[in-house]
Design a protein around this ligand. Structure first.
Ligand SMILES: Cc1cc2nc3c(=O)[nH]c(=O)nc-3n(C[C@H](O)[C@H](O)[C@H](O)COP(=O)(O)OP(=O)(O)OC[C@H]3O[C@@H](n4cnc5c(N)ncnc54)[C@H](O)[C@@H]3O)c2cc1C
Length: 278
């Protein structure tokens, strides 16, 4: 039986969220959460593997207690079990910490996995780093941004779009893929599936007492990057008026903006500046 692990992130349902200026973190509490779209495609890819092979799917997420809802959704779509990795000290994890924590959880709970599937990127941070970092931590061959996956024994054949051409690659299990949104249109989550997911409640919760991640002894400690300052870029546009007769207005305009527009108007001002400098 193939053992598949799908990493799923809960993301806010909006594209722009306010920041907590003190901590540099997103105020995720201000928007309802949903399953990251690319993770849904990864889950669909796993479900299609399960449709053709004997397979068992474990959905895994690291997040606050509210992230349980994406696990219920995964169970409703057809995952067999789910793991929530949840501890206050994991809050504010950067991608390095996130992938370290996820890999520790996979090693502990699913040591004999065959394939780890991730979304290609998330809609809220969009670094696309977690999948490849996870592969590195688990010492796995990996292909990112796949749009098709076939299994033949222990061999995995994947196809992906690279710039304008398609590339087919093969690797042996255990392996990791990140799934793009080109293909694997996620199935509809049935109400009956949700009812079943809540009734059977197959979600295991792991905290750091269980995971024993050395570097995560206190909140944010395992993150190597820290957001020092967060600010909204202010628009700096203003209307500027040049008054007087046209030749005065044009001269004033050029005095103020010639440097900025010189490449646009095809004029080099370097010589002029050198002359001015003498
Ligand atoms: C330099 C930097 C500093 C940051 N600092 C902070 C900070 O101080 N505070 C803060 O709140 N955030 C911070 N973040 C954001 C935080 O790192 C990310 O939310 C998190 O690490 C996941 O990265 P991502 O969303 O870009 O995932 P991606 O790499 O884009 O995700 C790819 C795939 O990885 C898997 N995945 C990603 N995250 C999870 C998860 N939690 N559970 C399960 N699977 C997952 C999913 O399959 C997902 O589709 C920072 C990010 C960067 C790059």
């Amino acid at each position: 039986m193939l053992k598949l692990v799908v990493c799923i992130k809960q993301v806010p349902m909006v594209t722009e969220l306010p920041w907590d200026e003190k901590t540099g973190t997103l105020r995720r509490d201000l928007a309802p959460g949903m399953m990251n779209p690319a993770c849904k495609h990864a889950l669909e890819a796993a479900l299609q593997i399960k449709g053709k092979n004997s397979a068992r799917i474990t959905a895994m997420t690291m997040g606050p207690p509210a992230a349980k809802s994406v696990l219920y959704e995964a169970l409703a779509m057809g995952a067999d079990s789910a793991i929530l990795i949840c501890d206050r000290i994991f809050a504010g994890s950067d991608t390095y910490a996130t992938s370290s924590i996820l890999s520790a959880a996979i090693k502990k709970q699913c040591p004999d996995f065959d394939i780890v599937l991730c979304g290609a990127y998330t809609s809220d941070s969009e670094t696309a780093q977690v999948g490849p970092q996870l592969a590195e931590n688990l010492d796995l061959p990996a292909v990112a941004y796949i749009e098709k996956l076939e299994i033949n024994g222990r061999k995995l054949r994947v196809r992906r779009l690279v710039d304008n051409f398609r590339e087919t690659l093969e690797m042996e299990c255990p392996a990791l893929v990140t799934v793009s949104m080109e293909n694997y249109l996620p199935r509809y989550t049935q109400l009956a599936g949700l009812e079943e997911a809540f009734r059977t409640n197959q979600i295991a919760v792991l905290d750091n007492k269980l995971l024993q991640i050395e570097s995560a002894r206190s909140e944010g400690q395992s993150s190597r990057t820290k957001v020092r300052r967060v600010f909204l870029r202010k628009t700096q546009k203003e209307n500027v008026y040049f008054m007087g007769n046209p030749s005065v207005a044009v001269t004033d305009f050029l005095n103020k903006y010639e440097r900025k527009i010189s490449t646009v108007i095809g004029k080099s001002i370097e010589g002029k500046e050198r002359t001015r400098g003498k």
